[in-house]
Design a binder for this molecule. Sequence first.
Ligand code: AMP
Length: 426
Amino acid sequence: MSFSSLGLSAALVNAAQERAYREPTPIQTTAIPAILAGRDVLASAQTGSGKTAAFCLPLLQTLVNKPRGETRAVQILILVPTRELATQVGETLRILAQHLPQPVKLAVLFGGISINPQMMHLRGGADIVIATPGRLLDLVSHNALQLSAARTLVLDEADRLLELGFADELHQVVTLLPVQRQNLFFSATFSPQVTLLAKTMLHDPVQIEIATTADTAPDIQQRAIVVDAKQRTQLLRHLITSEKWPRVLVFVATKYAADLISTKLRRADINAEAFHGEQSQGKRSQVLSDFKASRLKVVIATDVAARGIDVSQLPVVVNYDLPRSSEDYTHRIGRTGRAGESGLAISFVCADSANEAHFRLIEQRHKIKVAREYIPGFEPTLDGAASGVAASDATVVVAVSDPNGGIKGKRPSKKDKLRALAAKSE
Ligand code: AMP
């Protein structure tokens, strides 16, 4: 199967080939003709599946023969949950559109930076808008853009949009769009919320579910190392040095932990930076571009910030803190092993917390079994932990990990667990 046989013009096929896309991925093979035919699409798109190009290529194709004047009405609206994903989708569109006979005007809009340059950029309109919902509505309320001529709405990472609480904004945006339009939903997971939204918004959609087979599954080796919580930074340092990883993305539970661990690594002469939602947009962009250009070796990131990061040739991801959900686990480890490369995902499982039980749950959900490893010099020291005994009873865990806290017989709340995690990230 080739890109040209899917109905794409030579300019787009060439641009795809220049990006080393030799042939369409399974999601592209199905989505591209459906989108070109004007159909609604509901796609379960795993991370790394090539979903961005699956909608960018056909949407650019629909602009090819459309005459466009000086003032451009927004034709395509792409809603995304995070700034990084907005930037990444914008970048993919820019590169894929570069050989088109008529230039395509893109507007990438997100919060956390001044609104004025975005308002200036929108003078004269735009063909495609890629936006996070909050900033989009801000710009609409400033009369900086109009959406009444948009003929296609894309929700990229629809599950994440809803998880981040954008449901109200989404509904508001929809009221600004024409009733007759094409709707494209891409979502890694199908929560009841996503399914309900899809039911109310999509008309007879082409449903795409790419089964994860040995051919399509990214080649990611998964490892789990049992370690005391307090030893994790030391272990991370040891692994970075002894394994000679050129680049590593490390996930932690809190912004505080990201700042603290990156500072500690820098003190040990390891080129590391934090990456999280409380940094300025300028700082985040700088960290990401330094990481992509290999000027940075280690990035310590939180979940919100790291979703959507696409760094090619990222060989290792480390879960310093375990992710809260098995979906987040998929997203985190999906940062490595992208586009046919192989990758390594290491999870630290703390012997002295409820981590073991939590990691077992992740294993169950993913139908995998990852052998527990012990690294010489970093073996857990707590009773029971050394023998790999699971912390299956949360009450026991509170007593062990926090001798001063935890009331006997009281199960720790979600907040208690988060606080405990934050306290351990030192
Ligand atoms: P995505 O799932 O959109 O995040 O894409 C994952 C990675 O796959 C990105 O780095 C894309 O540039 C790359 N990619 C997309 N389509 C193809 C293709 N047909 N062949 C090879 N790589 C691709």
